[in-house]
Design a protein around this ligand. Sequence first.
Ligand SMILES: NC(=O)c1ccc[n+]([C@@H]2O[C@H](COP(=O)([O-])OP(=O)(O)OC[C@H]3O[C@@H](n4cnc5c(N)ncnc54)[C@H](OP(=O)(O)O)[C@@H]3O)[C@@H](O)[C@H]2O)c1
Length: 311
Amino acid sequence: MRAVGVTEFGGPEALHLVDVPEEHAGPGQVRVRVTAATVNPTDTHAVLGAYASRDPVTQPPWVPGMDAAGVVDEVGDGVEHLAVGDSVMAVVVPSGAHGGYRESLVLPADSVVRSPKGATDAEASTLPMNGLTARLALDQLALQPGQVVAVTGAAGAFGGYVVQLAKADGLTVVADASEADEQLVRDLGADVVVRRGDDVARRIREQFPDGVDGLADGAVLDERVLPAVRDGGRVATVRGYRGDGQDRVTVIPVLVRRVAQDRAALDRLREQAEEGLLTLRVARTFPAEDAAEAHRVLARGGVRGRLVLTF
Ligand SMILES: NC(=O)c1ccc[n+]([C@@H]2O[C@H](COP(=O)([O-])OP(=O)(O)OC[C@H]3O[C@@H](n4cnc5c(N)ncnc54)[C@H](OP(=O)(O)O)[C@@H]3O)[C@@H](O)[C@H]2O)c1
């Protein structure tokens, strides 16, 4: 079976096609013939070996990739919600050779749901991981309709879904954007857009002098965003920040792997995409064998929408 992985950790050039053994769906699992796998920022860290010490698998190859879409081709015992031939999207928690970048992938059935109607596989593949992360971030912020949430990195995949889910939750959204991204972020539904940058907290405070109730930090600005948040407010962080300011605001780390088998949440994301509440954004597709080039493009920054590998 074709996969894209690394046998030695390194930069994008470390990625190459690898051969992995065929596997079959056991009880509670499904097998997906993957046609589309997203390239996420975390994959670049995986390729560098940043997660190797916590991976129970110590033998190469390591296959990155945290979400995928394709067609179910095997269903294990006890799985009721999917059938062979269904078009599906899935969230993947990579370990060893089990990452999204492979043409055939056995997964817990609760990590796999039907793709949104009308979406291409590439479009569907952009939703599970970042959609679930955005949902978890908002759930952990625990805001009520009418409260204000700020979003940094709003033009990105995670930030964009936070903006759209927050609007669907009835929140007021203030989001950051470069001048070039301002219309994009407004189109996603942000009520107020402020210029992105290190002083984004000051700009948010200018708009909301009492501070916002919660903030989702997709741009990973860490302590620089804290002044935007009111006393007693919450900040959802996506890269493990646990820094200062916790006496005044609560900093909450968001870890998508905690919800990787939350099928109800995945299915709700599918419904919201079908209702037009979530926009599935593909920047560009690459044949799987060009994964190294996809990683180079991601590393250069400025990508809007997701890069997707096709198998
Ligand atoms: N903890 C988890 O479970 C989890 C799950 C999903 C994602 N994440 C993390 O969440 C972060 C966002 O992911 P993503 O997929 O949304 O990435 P993305 O699509 O690349 O979006 C990040 C956005 O932030 C912008 N940005 C970068 N530096 C900035 C700055 N200094 N000020 C303002 N904006 C800035 C980027 O703009 P440019 O392109 O112009 O740089 C981009 O628009 C990543 O660090 C990712 O690893 C964590």
